[in-house]
Design a protein around this ligand. Structure first.
Ligand code: CA
Length: 383
């Protein structure tokens, strides 16, 4: 969005909020509540710079994991698990969701509540509901925020969070709060900011409703053989783990897969030079919490580390140049020009972009590993 377009939208901000009033009324927001919370609201324009800079989409997998999976974060996570052991016990029994995964979300999202953000959720969501490229999405978040305030689940001075409006130690978005938050300590409020019982249970409930399978892991680090058919590495291609074994996939730590019938897809995020991962249903459940592969892998890996597991076995291709935002956009635009459907170019290199790269690599006789390297960008430019 251009500076001029942002300025115009900012001028229109009070009128934009006024246009949202009928939608709020339809949700049972009283006119008093609406007036009280919106009358002196101004847009937070600094957010517009942050909208396109989410680290889970802009950094390489290895840089992102290096930042998040540290000895300090593993140690703190174990302390959080110990301190809340009784709550985790009962939540695990009630929801069947692995405690280490909940603790990992807590750790990755906010370093266990120490980095939960300092922006009022109402102001952030109102800004993004009226300015920028994701207004319909944030309109819903803004209205859900008003519902939370009217109901009094979380006090206004506690409803602060990230620039995107995520709040509390596990960073609930307002609509996710509406769907998943529970009053686990039975005090009449669903307080995912200050009640550890509500926080842990609500996060578990979120994962459960998003398809968590009790007793299953998120996935396995695997070795992909050199002659592997990378066209099989597709989110949609779910096969039993033992079928992947028939294709030569083995666990990186040398152990056997514990459950051959579990359905999995293969993710090779850094191409033929990097590690592979077999991802089970729980990886998809984590991706619903935040739809970035690097994020879900960080959660899965941190959960394993909290449980006592070791670091990844295989090396990442750290010598590869990480594409800048403009290069990632250019890559997507070039793929679109070659006839591939990669959606609206947004610089987020996910499954669709990877599938298009694989197809392109096949056409030019390269190993179709789908990795968006500087080399692939060069090859696309040359055609
Ligand atoms: Ca409560």
């Amino acid at each position: 969005m251009s500076a001029e377009a942002i300025r115009q939208a900012a001028n229109d901000f009070p009128a934009c909020l006024e246009r949202l009033w009928p939608l709020a009324a339809r949700r049972g927001i009283s006119h008093n509540t609406f007036q009280a919370y919106t009358a002196s609201l101004t847009p937070d324009l600094r957010i517009m710079d942050l909208l396109d800079n989410q680290p889970e989409f802009t950094k390489s997998f290895w840089d992102y994991l290096d930042i998040l999976i540290t000895e300090d974060r593993i140690r703190k996570g174990r302390e959080v698990l110990e301190k809340n052991r009784a709550t985790f016990d009962i939540v695990e029994r009630t929801y069947g969701v692995d405690r280490y995964t909940i603790a990992a979300i807590w750790g990755v999202e906010t370093n266990y509540g120490t980095l939960a953000g300092d922006r009022p959720v109402l102001r952030s969501t109102a800004t993004l509901a009226c300015i920028g490229r994701r207004q319909p999405y944030f309109r819903d978040e803004f209205l859900a925020t008003l519902e939370i305030l009217q109901r009094g689940d979380v006090r206004p001075e506690k409803l602060i969070g990230s620039w995107a409006g995520a709040f509390g130690p596990t960073q609930f978005m307002p609509t996710a709060f509406k769907r998943f938050a529970v009053d686990f300590d039975h005090d009449g409020r669903r307080d995912v900011v200050d009640s550890m019982a509500d926080l842990i249970a609500s996060t578990a409930n979120n994962l459960k409703k998003d398809g968590w399978v009790t007793g299953q892991t998120w996935g396995y680090e695997v070795v992909v053989p050199a002659n592997f058919n990378f066209m099989l590495a597709e989110h949609r291609r779910m096969m039993p783990v033992r079928e992947w074994e028939r294709h030569g996939i083995t666990r990186a730590n040398g152990q056997a897969f514990s459950r051959g019938d579990d359905m999995a897809f293969l993710l090779v995020p850094a191409g033929v030079q990097g590690p592979g991962f077999l991802m089970l249903a729980n990886f998809r459940a984590i991706m619903k919490y935040n739809p970035a592969e690097a994020y879900a892998l960080a959660i899965g890996h941190l959960s394993d580390r909290l449980r006592g597991g070791g670091p990844f076995v295989q090396e990442w291709p750290r010598y590869e140049k990480v594409l800048s935002r403009s290069e990632r956009l250019e890559l997507q635009e070039l793929l679109a020009r070659h006839g591939y459907d990669v959606g609206e170019p947004d610089g987020h290199l996910g499954a669709r972009t990877r599938a298009a790269i694989r197809d392109f690599q096949t056409k030019i006789g390269r190993v179709p590993d789908g990795f968006a390297s500087a080399g692939v960008l060069e090859q696309l430019r040359g055609r």
